[in-house]
Design a protein around this ligand. Structure first.
Ligand code: TRH
Length: 365
């Protein structure tokens, strides 16, 4: 391993759900695909296995999609660290590993949470000198040119458009391993990925009032309210591997996404999207949601639906669903999402920006 070439150790602590593993896995695969040796340390490989089926949760070391995966060990092991160490979401590597980092003068990056708040621009890229002599750099993903950007694979939008030119029932059948050939004409397909406390009852009521038939695809195991009536069908679907998750979103007309990684994929899908933001104490998440809505600025009716979806108010959700599906709003919302996906994709992606930063820091250290 050469001293000035970025190679990566990524540390991932799974707090809950799939987003911690999801973000780290996507980044690790991307860095490896760009030709940089990458090792992912994860404390809960079972969470990763849900979205990367080749992963064996009980195996301490494995190599999948070009990434070396290590079960984060409890005690010190003999290891040479890579030139760059990324801690995801301030999880901090273990002390014994930090001692190796000091010895090898590693770069240390803290990959932060995604936020559209304006302060992110001034904190992105800031260094923090550690008492042990290492310098930790704060890397903030974001939606504007002065942030670290968003994870995006090359030609993603071209792949999306090519995929969408093919028959949708056939694509769904291939992806989910179930027949989809009886979809009534004009069926609206809704992908529903949300937290168990989401106001689903209100959503289903709103959809049931709409004249267009709806098929709701849901990978989650929580129980749904009784069939909502109207032409709404709910279909439980299996989880798909992360490298095919986009294809699922590309099959749908309206995507309900959550957390961080699925939200970004919803943006790339370029279709109307409703984001359920991860709840934080003292409603800090609502400030983040407002910041994103201000910045992204979807049509007013879509904003009302997204705000309602992040509340407990089922009636408000039902009403705002109806408003957002009204033909003129719906068309404007679709156009908006298409344009936004193109605008965001015109900026450098997160992995390229991270590489540029690490390459220049390694040369000057
Ligand atoms: O699961 P999430 O809610 O994750 C989180 C965590 O709560 C975490 O603690 C918090 O820090 C973070 O959000 C902001 O949502 P997210 O981020 O969308 O992650 C889900 C991952 O699962 C994403 O990588 C996509 C993947 N996925 C698949 O690969 N296949 C599937 O079928 C589904 C439904 C998801």
């Amino acid at each position: 391993m050469r001293m000035h070439e970025p190679s990566f150790d990524i540390f991932c602590r799974v707090i809950d759900n799939l987003g911690d593993a999801g973000v780290c896995w996507r980044l690790a695969r991307r860095l490896s695909a760009m030709g940089h040796p990458t090792r992912l340390w994860i404390d809960d490989p079972a969470a990763l296995a849900r979205i990367a089926p080749a992963v064996q949760p009980g195996t301490a070391r494995q190599h999948i999609d070009g990434v070396a995966i290590r079960h984060w060990p409890d005690s010190a092991i003999e290891i040479t660290p890579h030139t760059v160490v990324i801690e995801a979401f301030a999880c901090s590597p273990p002390d014994w590993f930090i001692r190796c980092m000091v010895q090898h003068r590693c770069l240390w990056i803290n990959l932060e949470y995604l936020s559209a708040e304006s302060w992110v621009e001034s904190f992105h890229g800031l260094p923090s000198l550690q008492p042990n002599g290492l310098r930790k750099t704060f890397f903030f993903p974001g939606f504007t040119p002065r942030t670290g950007g968003l994870l995006r694979e090359p030609d993603l939008l071209v792949q999306r458009d090519t995929c969408q030119a093919q028959d949708r029932s056939a694509r769904l059948a291939d992806l989910l391993g179930e027949p989809f050939d009886e979809l009534p004409a004009r069926t609206r397909i809704v992908f529903l990925f949300c937290y168990p406390y989401a106001p689903i009852d209100g959503l289903l009521r709103g959809l049931a009032r709409d004249p267009q038939p709806t098929l709701v695809l849901s990978p989650d195991e929580f129980s749904y309210p009784p069939q909502p009536g109207g032409a709404v069908e709910i279909r439980r679907i299996p989880y798909v591997a992360q490298d095919r998750f986009d294809e699922l979103l590309w099959c749908c007309d309206l995507n309900f996404v959550r957390g961080e990684d699925s939200m970004v994929r919803g943006l790339w899908a370029g279709a109307p999207m409703v984001w359920q933001i991860y709840r934080q104490p003292e409603s800090a998440h609502l400030t983040k949601l407002d910041a994103w809505l201000d910045q992204n600025a979807p049509p007013a009716a879509a904003q009302s639906l997204i705000r309602a979806w992040n509340s407990d108010d089922e009636d408000r959700v039902a009403q705002t669903v109806t408003d957002a599906l009204a033909p003129t709003v719906w068309q404007a919302w679709r156009r908006h999402c298409q344009e936004k996906s193109r605008e965001l994709a015109s900026r450098p992606d997160l992995a390229s920006q991270l590489l540029r930063l690490c390459t220049s820091q390694l040369q000057t250290r």
